[in-house]
Write a protein of this length. Sequence first.
Length: 171
Amino acid sequence: MTAPEPGGAGIVLRDMTEADLPAVHRLEQVLFPDDAWTEQMLREELSGQPRTRRYVIAESSGGEIVGYAGLASVGGHADVQTIGVAPGARGAGIGATLLTELIDEAVRRGDEGLFLEVRVDNAPARRLYERFGFEQIGVRERYYQPADVDAAVMFRRLRERPPIGFTREDS
């Protein structure tokens, strides 16, 4: 899995491992200083792989982690847990590549839909999600603490579900 990077070098996506946690946590603190996940929270998320979780990192050709993303998948629905791209690597399509991988993973798992929360004041992220077919379906007031910022709840359907009580006949 590769994506373009400025200067023509490739970005490689790979599964996140426990060895990646210190670097991912440092990046998390830079990207989300008010509400960064702890390294222990990240470790707990990784413990769900591959059963209910999938976490990937985007790595530069020099081996630097320039992005990461996580998905939770339970009961036919998935949630984007996180997506982060290093400030110096933004604008190169890394966020889109990470999001594509999460969507593809949710489809592979047979999920019907994909949810996410995004800060209402994060216009670039919201534009990315809208480009990928997500629609805002609600707001979680004061979701991001301690900044007291609302979250837009967004959803993208991945496959149609037959009405309950009916089955499709394949002829």
